[in-house]
Design a binder for this molecule. Structure first.
Ligand SMILES: NC(=O)c1ccc[n+]([C@@H]2O[C@H](COP(=O)([O-])OP(=O)(O)OC[C@H]3O[C@@H](n4cnc5c(N)ncnc54)[C@H](OP(=O)(O)O)[C@@H]3O)[C@@H](O)[C@H]2O)c1
Length: 255
């Protein structure tokens, strides 16, 4: 299987690194872009080429330029009968079908954790994609972590939780770190302890048959110190703070 990237920015780089992390042969990855592609190709030992060559050599073509370039790039290049996966924010399947009418289009919403094979990606498929093509695309995203097929109307809430969510988790880790420092830990040590705690807890939950609340209660015995902390979260309406932040994210209008 060969993978082509039109665009060599942050998202394309994260995805290419994820493919290499999943042991994809660098010779099977192609990239094009006006400036960065060549040096990135040298750094990652992948192939740089012009965009049409990238398309022609690839089984899956990833669109990773800026959303406002879709119409122009769609009109200049030939994507006929290619599986095209767009990561362009806000660009719908209808937009893709209009700009690239002769392809098999997929809308994807990845997150930054794709670079280490721990991504979380929402997928929506154009109607002309058959079961075999669906399987190829799903397998591609599984190389980069998890994927879930959603209705396009659900992309906004997915984006708030999985796309913006890493920033909110980093914020929680930073808050734990600051509390550690305020109570006598050295900063790097506090950051390391907080990070490993979040990492280990997420892994425990992921490997468990229990839900988050059950595991939370298993850590917090009645009358104990953890319960005192949880009561404090409750008194400060922690769930409400998170719910409002997610709503603000979903309702944010792009400039
Ligand atoms: N960053 C994220 O976390 C994230 C998450 C989800 C979705 N996305 C989506 O991913 C897309 C890329 O975002 P980004 O953050 O990676 O942006 P970026 O870092 O600005 O990268 C944009 C890339 O497009 C390339 N480009 C410009 N004109 C081109 C052309 N005519 N042909 C081929 N490539 C061209 C640029 O090339 P040069 O570098 O050579 O100038 C650059 O590598 C956007 O549509 C965004 O909505 C990003």
């Amino acid at each position: 299987m060969t993978y082509g990237f039109i665009g060599a920015g942050n998202m394309a780089t994260a995805m290419m690194k994820g493919l290499l992390h999943a042991n994809v042969d660098p010779a099977d990855i192609y990239v094009s872009s006006p400036h960065r592609a060549k040096s990135l190709a040298e750094e990652l030992h992948i192939n740089a080429a012009d965009s049409q060559t990238v398309i022609d050599h690839s089984d899956i073509v990833v669109l990773a330029f800026l959303p406002n370039q879709l119409t122009e790039i769609g009109a200049t290049l030939n994507f006929t009968n290619k599986i095209v996966v767009s990561v362009l924010a806000q660009i719908t399947i209808a937009d893709l079908n209009q700009a690239i009418p002769n392809a098999f289009n997929v809308r994807a919403l990845p997150n930054i954790n794709s670079a280490i094979g721990q991504g979380n990606t929402a997928l929506a498929f154009a109607d002309n994609i058959d079961a075999a093509q669906n399987k190829i695309v799903t397998h591609f995203w599984q190389l980069l972590g998890n994927s879930v097929t959603l209705e396009e109307e659900q992309f906004a809430i997915f984006s708030a939780i999985a796309g913006s969510g890493p920033a909110y988790v980093f914020k929680f880790i930073d808050a734990l770190t600051k509390a550690g420092v305020a109570n006598g830990l050295e900063e790097t040590q506090a950051a390391s302890i907080a990070t490993q705690t979040v990492l280990g807890s997420a892994s425990t939950l992921n490997q468990s048959d229990s839900d988050a609340v059950t595991l939370m209660n298993s850590v917090a015995s009645p009358g104990g110190s953890t319960r005192a902390g949880l009561d404090n979260f409750e008194a400060n309406q922690f769930d409400d703070v998170v719910a409002k932040a997610i709503l603000a994210t979903v309702n944010h209008k792009h400039a």
